[in-house]
Design a protein around this ligand. Sequence first.
Ligand SMILES: O=C(O)CCC(=O)C(=O)O
Length: 250
Amino acid sequence: MQLDPKKYSEYWENGWTIVEKVFTTSEVEAIADLATRLCRDDSEIATSSLTADQTEYGAFLPRKLEFPFKRHPDFRVFVLSSQLRALVEQLIGKPALLVTDQVFMKPPRFGSAKPYHQDNAYFLCHPDDEVLTAWIALDDVDEQNGCLRYIDGSHRGPILEHVPVPGEPHNLAPAPEQIDLSRESLACVRKGGVVFHHSKTLHTSHRNESANWRRAYASHWASADVTSEVETIDRAYYNQCPQLDSGVTR
Ligand SMILES: O=C(O)CCC(=O)C(=O)O
C-alpha cells in the first residue's frame, strides 16, 4: 500500500497521521469480535454478580487484551498484514519489525481514560525516530467514544519525566503543566483506518461517553537497528518468536 506523501509530511510535522481504509470492515469486525470474546473469557468477575446494565455494556471486561499476537493466530495474520507493514516501513524508512501489541477496549459508557504519555517513556528505545505505533481502529472512533488526542509536534521535544498517576499506579504520565493543550488535536478515524504516531508524540484518550464500543488494536514497530535501555527489544516478538514475524531477520 502506497503512503500519500501528504501523510508522510504530516507524520513528521505533527508526530502522527491517519490513513483510512487500511483494513476492510469485515476484517476489523472479526478481530473486534475475537478480542471481545477473549476478554470475556479472561474476566475473573462472575457475570451473575453484575447488574443487567453492567453485563450489557461489558463493565466486567478487562480494559486491555495484552499480547494478542501470542493469543490467537488470527491476530497474527491481521497485524502482520502486508499493507500495514508497508505503511510503517514508508514512515520509518526501513524494514519494520513487530515489537509488541495490545487491544484497548472501551466498552460503551464504561471505557476509562488513558492519561497523556509518550510511548518511548516506557520503551526507552533508540533511535526514537525508528519506533512507532500503528493504532488500528476496530470501531468508528470520534470525540464521544474516546478518540486518541495528540499534542502536535511533541515528538520533536524530549522524553518528559513520567510519574505514577495518583490512584492509578499502572499509568505513568508527565506533570499536567508540561502538556500544552493549546496544541491538542483529535484523531477521529473510521473502523479499518490506522492512526500512526511517533514514539515520542504525547497522546491520551478520554473515557467513552457514548453508547458505542471503542476498540483499537495498537501495534508497536521498530527497525532492526533499534536498541533499548530496558527489555523492550529483548522481549520483542521478533526476538522471542522470529518464525512468526517472518518479514525481516536481524
Ligand atoms: O487506545 C487508547 O486509549 C490508548 C492507546 C495508547 O496509548 C497507545 O496505543 O499507545
